[in-house]
Design a protein around this ligand. Sequence first.
Ligand SMILES: C[S@@+](CC[C@H](N)C(=O)[O-])C[C@H]1O[C@@H](n2cnc3c(N)ncnc32)[C@H](O)[C@@H]1O
Length: 295
Amino acid sequence: MADKLYVDNTEATEAWNTVLFDRFSEYRHIFVTALRQFSDDALALEPPLPGDRIVDLGCGFGDTTRQLATLAGPDGYAIGIDGADRFIDVSRAETEEENIKNVEFVVADIEQEVPGGPYDYAFARMGTMFCANPVAAMRNVRGAMQPGGRLCKVVWRRKLDNEWMQRSEEIVDRHVPPPDAEESDALTCGPGPFSMANADVTTDVMKAAGFENVGLRRVDIDYFVGKDAQEAVEVAFAIGPAAETIRLAGEDAERVRPAIERDLVDLAEQYSREDGTVVAPASAWIVTARAPSQT
Ligand SMILES: C[S@@+](CC[C@H](N)C(=O)[O-])C[C@H]1O[C@@H](n2cnc3c(N)ncnc32)[C@H](O)[C@@H]1O
């Protein structure tokens, strides 16, 4: 596949709609629990107001969309947008079961369009880092906002401060040769979860997209990786940078799986608490910005 061109998100969307959807579904109980700490901090720092018209970008299973709708109250609403229709199907079904009225879900790639609006408030929890062209995506977001509208999004900070992901990837890198990007047919998720880790780059992306008052606040948390070492290792094989290296390496990685597993168990034990749970330091940016008052 020598002619891969990252001009749009087709490949990433397919990855999210297939293998990543399956894996995130299986380990939803882990990552939603872990990420909730970041989004709760973000929503405390920059809360939406009652009556706000809200958009949740890359909403996944819609957990934050429903939370945002509750915060907006009966006079406001929240629309969750995701490029992968399987996430949207689950979001809609669960919202119907919970009988929440002021929520809607739409399938859209934010790099192509941000449907609906104008929005008073745009939110994202780890949903905006996978765009081949982040400026185009954030420009679409800004264009769908009310003048003076507020944005608040959570993105991963650098891997070095996300110890479980950094160290599990180092282990895999020791055992598995790097995947050959020219030859591999495996779907990647675009620039990946750490594409907004650099504060200068992220600030410039937001400014180039036309946002003002861009601010980044660092948040450090204790990140829940699994109820025990075994589950933490399963998660490392399924989600995150180590999992992506394994997945993209295919059979080369499967051949050395037992050795990787042994080293990952050792790593998990270094982060095991007395009750057996595995918890490691993790770090994200809460990015805040405003759409200009006059457009
Ligand atoms: C790491 S998950 C986060 C999901 C959710 N925000 C949460 O915190 O539980 C990233 C989500 O962003 C979606 N996504 C990635 N790129 C997107 C794009 N360009 N447009 C819309 N959604 C996108 C994926 O399909 C996936 O559901």
